[in-house]
Write a protein that binds this ligand. Structure first.
Ligand code: NAP
Length: 266
């Protein structure tokens, strides 16, 4: 059975290794975890989960088959420099925004297996919509290993590197748009005199029911039309959204995320 090393033990690493450990069939014999400065946090994680904390991750590189870079994007070039002379045949998987396999390959020895996974925050409940792509030198068992990790944290879709750069806005950032949508509906609800607690209950249950129906039928047009009698009250609400360029607003929000991400990269 394989061993895996997480460089970085923050929020996303914890979501991932906790889900790996929750699988009915064990995927990794040893899960090593490491971070930068916070040894108390590392010890706390080791008390909570069946993971092996390491003070110096370079000590265990030789013992693992996969390495997950779960650190801030700006720190990864330095970690790749440290890793380079230690690589055997491990697969190096980054989860950093903006760091695709072509960037990893530029920093690692020729022939190194690489992958890029972009999960979202729902990974912690096994419901991430993750995007992923492989570098040029990944073998079949490394692909299976990566897809087993993806399956442990939710649903996944393989896309070309450039598409992941553009669509991280949708799978990674748009959940924040959904939560903003919830908050605005709650504001509308409390304006009719109900308490914030009641407003939260109404909106969350409505959203949960709608998302569950959508997951079951996979047909947003039919579901929208089922609520909308032509010329009726819901139709008036949809017309108001159209009048206020709802579709345009969402397109522009996605474009704003991408423009910001690109500006940071250049
Ligand atoms: N959170 C998300 O929704 C999300 C979604 C998709 C992708 N990501 C990506 O996941 C990565 C981690 O995000 P996060 O939200 O988990 O961040 P986080 O909670 O801030 O955790 C970052 C981790 O990296 C460690 N670290 C920082 N610099 C390091 C270094 N030079 N060497 C070794 N470890 C170092 C930190 O250690 P210390 O605590 O000791 O400083 C910490 O354990 C980022 O690249 C982010 O783009 C995050």
């Amino acid at each position: 059975m394989s061993n895996i090393l997480f460089i970085g033990a923050g929020r996303m690493a914890e979501a991932m290794f906790s889900r790996l450990l929750a699988q009915p069939k064990r995927l990794f014999k040893t899960i090593y975890i490491s971070n930068n400065t916070s040894k108390t946090h590392l010890a706390h994680l080791a008390e909570r989960y069946d993971v092996q904390p390491v003070t110096n991750w370079t000590d265990v590189v030789d013992d693992v088959d996969a390495i997950i870079l779960a650190t801030p994007p700006s720190t990864q070039p330095e970690q790749l420099r440290t890793l380079s002379p230690l690589i055997r045949n491990q697969i190096i998987i980054t989860i950093a925004a903006g760091i695709g396999p072509s960037i990893l390959e530029n920093h690692l020895p020729e022939g190194t297996a690489t992958a890029w996974i972009m999960p979202n925050t729902a990974a912690e409940i096994g419901a991430s919509m993750s995007l992923y792509t492989f570098g040029k030198h990944v073998n079949a068992s490394q692909k299976t290993l990566t897809e087993n990790i993806l399956a442990a944290i939710g649903t996944y879709e393989e896309l070309p590197e450039e598409a992941i750069h553009n669509l991280t806005a949708l799978t990674g950032s748009a959940p924040a748009f959904v939560y903003e949508f919830v908050l605005q509906l709650e504001n509308a609800a409390t304006s009719y005199g109900i308490s914030p607690t009641q407003a939260r209950k109404l909106v969350v249950a409505m959203l949960h029911g709608s998302a569950s129906l959508l997951a079951k039928t996979n047909d947003p047009v039919a579901l929208r039309d089922a609520v909308t009698t032509p010329g009726g009250a819901t139709a008036a609400g949809l017309q108001s959204l159209a009048d206020h360029q709802f579709g345009d607003m969402l397109t522009k929000a996605i474009e704003a995320v991408n423009a910001h991400a690109k500006a940071r990269k250049n």
